[in-house]
Write a protein that binds this ligand. Structure first.
Ligand code: IMP
Ligand code: MG
Length: 175
């Protein structure tokens, strides 16, 4: 039987989100950030982060995108399509893309290329978790919570076969 191992407790996550808010606020204090969350996994993280940002004097507007792998892209198994696009007007704005986890980077890279065509003022990336080992594209996020080993993790918004997103901690199953 696979055993659940806790990687980060709610307290550790809270502390890290505060630290990330400190870093972001140092760059954007007194400004307004256009935050773009990548569904579904970002919802816990984004909700906690924006409240910390508000305490630090950073105002936000928020929208979401959702992407999936294009199953019909023969021979290009990692091709992504945006299935839930945003009407967010990012032209000239300071944009912060918020993702739960960065793995190969294919998803985020696709999104960033798409967003850059819409003429944002500045665009930066904040990820809670980074698995740098399987990166396929040249992408390094501006704000990173935890660098983690190459394990499949779940909880705090991240799913295990669409379940367990509601866990208040981040965990993995030991094989
Ligand atoms: P990438 O395109 O390989 O960087 O994959 C990024 C997306 O895959 C993330 O936004 C997650 O939705 C999902 N993902 C990657 N690793 C994990 C994991 O360990 N747990 C849950 N979802 C993951
Ligand atoms: Mg994601």
């Amino acid at each position: 039987m696979a055993k659940e191992r806790i990687l980060f407790t709610p307290e550790e996550i809270d502390k890290k989100v505060s630290e990330l808010a400190d870093e972001i606020a140092a760059d954007y204090k007194g400004k307004e950030l256009a935050i773009l969350g990548v569904l579904k996994g970002c919802f816990f993280f984004l909700a906690d982060l924006i409240r910390e940002l508000r305490e630090r004097g950073v105002a936000v507007t928020i929208d979401f995108v959702k992407m999936k792998t294009d199953e019909e892209a023969v021979g290009e198994s990692s091709k992504k399509i945006i299935i839930f696009d945003t009407e967010f007007d990012i032209r000239g704005k300071d944009v912060l893309v918020v993702e739960d986890i960065l793995d190969t980077g294919v998803t985020l890279n696709y999104l960033l290329n798409h967003l850059k065509e819409e003429g944002p003022g500045t665009i930066r990336v904040c990820v809670l978790l980074d698995k740098p080992f399987k990166r396929k594209v040249d992408l390094s996020p501006d704000y990173v919570g935890f660098e983690i080993p190459d394990k499949y993790v779940f909880g705090y918004g991240l799913d295990y076969q669409e379940r367990l997103r509601e866990l208040p901690y981040i965990a993995y199953f030991d094989e």
